[in-house]
Design a protein around this ligand. Structure first.
Ligand SMILES: [Zn+2]
Length: 268
């Protein structure tokens, strides 16, 4: 299901590396992932989330704060594929693999191919979720073969509709999770004087039919270091002036709305 980043031919595993029919070869790292991000597509030495951010996200997510979202995600997938014995899943921007791990509760058999631009994130995903397949790769140039997937997951990753449509089978589904209007309002109130609701995403994407939206809202209370972990998962980490971490720790805890919208699409 992985393709060669140079010639786009299918990759086959040969011992400890992947190779295409044109003899381009990519070593499998000891954690079990393969790097399919061509050097000339990298905009920096280490694109994507840093190790520090990856570890913060893993610590936060594994504490169960987002369980209401993973429960809903599995419920949606089970209802979309209730007649299927097995599905192939592309996790576009898989991060450190947390959501893949939660697919264990699906009713059908499944195979996961995940990729992320962050090598650190993929290293942690592959190290923990041994039975899935992981690669370093970009949402803008997915390292996946065309017409091959029943389901594409995009959870807070860049949306590249043309690439997502390419890798899905006809009639395959895309689940696009985006921050809902009130997501993390309590965290924003700790950080900023003026806060605004998130904009609601439009729902039209070329090549897809919009199937529906599922909103999931809850409230969590986050203390101390865990607040900092949450902060490092968000875009505010890049946008907020120095001293934000101290502000969160000094606050010694905050309560915040959490709100995901799951947008469901079918490939035409
Ligand atoms: Zn090749």
């Amino acid at each position: 299901m992985f393709i060669c980043p140079i010639c786009k031919a299918k990759l086959n595993i040969q011992g400890k590396s992947y190779a295409c029919e044109n003899n381009h070869s990519f070593d499998v790292a000891k954690q079990g992932y393969v790097n399919l991000l061509p050097v000339n597509k990298k905009h920096s030495d280490n694109p994507g989330d840093s190790k520090d951010m990856v570890l913060s996200r893993r610590a936060f997510l594994e504490s169960g704060y987002y369980d209401c979202f993973t429960d809903k995600l599995c419920e949606i997938i089970n209802s979309l594929f209730k007649d299927r014995d097995k599905i192939t899943v592309a996790d576009c921007g898989c991060g450190e693999g947390y959501y893949d791990g939660k697919l264990e509760s699906l009713n059908c058999d499944f195979e996961v191919f995940g990729f992320d631009i962050s090598k650190e994130a993929v290293r942690y995903a592959a190290g923990k979720y041994k039975k899935y397949n992981y690669a370093v790769g970009s949402c803008f140039d997915m390292p996946l073969s065309g017409n091959s997937f029943d389901l594409a997951l995009n959870i807070f990753a860049p949306m590249v509709e043309s690439e997502t449509a390419r890798v899905l089978k006809k009639g395959g589904y895309m689940i696009y999770a985006v921050p809902g209007k009130s997501h993390l309002m309590g965290l924003k109130k700790v950080l900023y004087e003026n806060t605004y609701e998130n904009e609601e995403k439009h729902t039209e994407y070329d090549g897809f039919e919009f199937v529906g939206r599922h909103s999931v809202k809850s409230e969590i209370t986050v203390n101390g270091e865990m607040g900092v972990n949450l902060f490092k998962m968000t875009p505010y980490y890049f946008k907020t002036e120095l001293g934000a971490e101290e502000k969160i720790i000094k606050n010694s805890g905050f309560t915040t709305e959490i709100h995901f919208d799951f947008l469901i699409y079918r490939k035409k």
